[in-house]
Design a binder for this molecule. Structure first.
Ligand code: G6P
Length: 368
């Protein structure tokens, strides 16, 4: 059964391992040939899509970080005006919301109070609302009506893992579909990204096969005072989620920064007891991130790099490297998150933490 952890010592580890299957399942029936089709779930016309000039993403926690990934990807797909906000802020600010707004609420549980209240507000203001949830018939689903379901199965570990990859998958499909309805999507972009999405499950399996390597790395670093996670562009959102996983289950201080922003303050914290996890895929921003790695090395911070297979130079900077298979640049967050989840898991295990039920946290927060 889905709620049995079988041979795994923790639900979190089991759920990390389910991700290839979850992504494959999430794509099923939504990608046909090399084309994205959400028309079975969303009764949207070209006119609707053209009218929604503003796209708002509203969520909390890990679901919020999935929307940060989505915003970065969607910016590459079309001429969207996108905002990503945490639900508890969205509600109390004076953000213009109107009939030209598509408000997308993302909630694994569908029960998070802040997200629910934000959805009520957006609805009142006349926005078109859509929910992305893992629980069919949840409160948010019932109130919002229109939904895209993430078919990840029940998630028991308090720290979200498989629902995050399922959310990123659905959000990427949503971005492609909206861009297509609006006439912004280039056919070769659609072909390139749908093909790359279909390859994601296999690449996640490749990353999972590096588990022993990541466990060894966690053993080396379990006594660190805390961690910085840095990345640029599409490598920044997975850094946010990697840092969140670590703080949730290991109780170590972990902070994510856009790599170029480190010099504006956070660099003051660096020393040999504060390692930097650098997400440095081989892309146009590689050299810029390398220069931030060098700045961190100059402050004696140990460097752990998440780099692209075949990067022959990364070894000059650090011996702690986890290589990721190549993918289309937009989809790097999918692949990068696996070693970060496993790293958080094994650090927490080294430290003897209660991984599936971390202190002070609840699986879903139904109070404001
Ligand atoms: C809680 C959980 C997090 C989760 C967040 C949002 O804080 O501990 O793991 O990301 O709520 O939950 P939701 O169900 O709305 O995605």
């Amino acid at each position: 059964a889905m709620t049995n952890r079988g041979a795994y010592p923790h639900f979190m580890l089991k759920e990390i391992h389910e991700q290839p299957e979850v992504v494959a399942h999430t794509l099923l029936g939504r990608v046909a040939g090399e084309s994205v089709d959400l028309s079975k779930e969303l009764g949207w016309t070209k006119e609707d899509a053209a009218k929604w000039r503003k796209i708002h993403f509203i969520a909390c926690g890990t679901s919020h970080y999935a929307t940060v990934v989505a915003a970065h990807i969607m910016e590459t797909l079309g001429n969207f005006e996108i905002r990503t906000e945490v639900a508890s802020e969205y509600r109390y600010r004076n953000i213009p919301i109107d009939e030209e707004t598509l408000a997308v609420f993302v909630s694994q549980s569908g029960e998070t109070a802040d997200t629910l209240h934000a959805a009520r507000l957006a609805k009142e203001r006349g926005a078109k609302c859509l929910v992305i949830t893992n629980v069919r018939g949840s409160t948010i689903h019932r109130e919002v009506g229109e939904a895209l379901i993430t078919p990840a199965g029940p998630e028991i570990g308090v720290a979200a893992t498989k629902t995050f990859t399922a959310q990123m998958t659905v959000l990427t499909l949503l971005g492609l579909y909206l861009a297509k309805l609006r006439g912004d999507l280039k056919p070769d972009t659609e072909r390139r990204l749908t093909a790359a999405l279909m390859d994601i499950p296999g690449k996640l399996a490749t990353m999972l096969s590096k588990e022993k390597e990541i466990e060894a790395l966690a053993r080396d670093f379990a006594d660190a005072r805390g961690f910085f996670f840095i990345g640029r562009g599409l490598a920044y959102p997975p850094a946010l989620e990697g840092a969140l996983k670590l703080k949730e289950i290991s109780y170590l201080h972990a902070e994510a920064y856009p790599a170029g922003e480190m010099k504006h303050g956070p660099i003051a914290l660096l020393d040999k007891e504060l390692p930097v996890v650098a997400l440095v895929p081989k892309n146009a921003l590689w050299e810029k991130t390398i220069s931030n790695i060098e700045e961190s090395m100059a402050r004696k911070s140990p460097i752990i790099a998440i780099a692209t297979e075949g990067d022959g130079e990364i070894g000059h900077y650090t011996k702690h490297v986890i290589f990721t298979p190549e993918t289309e640049p937009e989809l790097f967050p999918f692949i990068a998150i696996i070693p970060l989840q496993l790293f958080a898991y094994y650090i927490a295990r080294q430290r003897g933490c209660d991984i599936d039920m971390p202190r002070n946290l609840a699986k879903s927060v139904t109070v404001e």
